[in-house]
Design a protein around this ligand. Structure first.
Ligand SMILES: Nc1ncnc2c1ncn2[C@@H]1O[C@H](COP(=O)(O)OP(=O)(O)OP(=O)(O)O)[C@@H](O)[C@H]1O
Ligand SMILES: [Mg+2]
Length: 235
């Protein structure tokens, strides 16, 4: 198993948000966490990354226990994060945004190679490397956010709602990009509210509601399960 989350509990102050979340991601998979607003999806990703530290439970990356590591050490072990809010740094070019992401990784001295490699997935970004990141369109900014997660050459990428606020055509493009990234050997843990998109690209899915995993299975099974759809996935 590449990533194993074992019975984690996370709090914001006194609020008990994650209540015993367990999930597993195998090397090579795309696994999606789906669920409504406020279900605990982002908190799950942030807990894996140590951004919101867990109060109990364990998190393993391969054989290594990463539960107590600081975020930068977790990133250096090969987990990357594409946050919900895209956080393109104002005043920096596309290239500089990518460089900044590289600084935190073990590949910091391989900049030209890494930027070239990432640009293969995003021809549009390649053309815009010297443009300010914030001058890009919404879709292009999302691509930059994903590209930033890739320059570090991660084993697994945690991607939070990459299609939020995008037009249908761009949603399809992002879905395709995620599949292409996965085909080159990067494992993906995806969080989405766009259930159809998410389940169409993923191998397996977990359904989360009120800080608990309510169901899991193949993407196909979850999509076909009307009861799950009604109870946990419709607004
Ligand atoms: N910084 C915070 N302080 C206090 N409570 C928070 C904080 N961030 C999130 N929460 C609460 O924790 C719960 C889970 O939030 P989380 O952001 O993980 O949900 P989500 O599934 O990602 O939702 P969304 O689809 O809206 O992004 C919600 O009830 C939310 O209000
Ligand atoms: Mg969220």
């Amino acid at each position: 198993m590449l990533l194993r989350v074992e019975n984690i509990d996370t709090y914001y102050g006194l609020s008990h948000i994650l209540q015993g979340i367990s999930l597993e991601v195998e090397s090579g998979e795309i696994v999606t966490l789906v669920g409504r607003n406020g279900a605990g999806k982002t908190t799950t990703l942030k807990s894996i990354l140590g951004i919101t530290p867990i109060r109990s439970g364990r998190i393993w990356l391969r054989e290594g226990d990463i539960s107590a590591l600081p975020t930068h050490a977790i990133i250096q072990r090969g987990i990357s994060y594409v946050p919900e809010e895209r956080r393109i740094i104002p005043g920096l070019t596309v290239r500089e945004n990518l460089k900044l992401a590289l600084l935190k990784s073990k590949n910091r001295d391989r900049e030209p190679e890494m930027i070239d490699r990432v640009a293969q997935y995003f021809p549009i970004l390649k053309e815009r490397l010297s443009q300010h990141g914030t001058s890009l369109s919404g879709g292009e900014q999302q691509m930059l956010a994903i590209a930033r997660g890739l320059v570090t050459d991660p084993e697994i990428m945690l991607v939070d709602e990459p299609t939020e606020g995008l037009m249908p055509l761009l949603v399809e493009m992002i879905a395709e990009i995620i599949q292409n990234i996965n085909k080159t050997g990067v494992t993906v843990l995806l969080v989405e509210q766009n259930v159809e998109m998410a389940l169409s690209v993923s191998h397996r899915a977990y359904v989360i509601d009120e800080g608990r995993i309510q169901s899991s299975g193949t993407a196909k099974d979850i999509l076909a399960d009307e009861d799950i759809q009604r109870r946990y996935l419709t607004v």
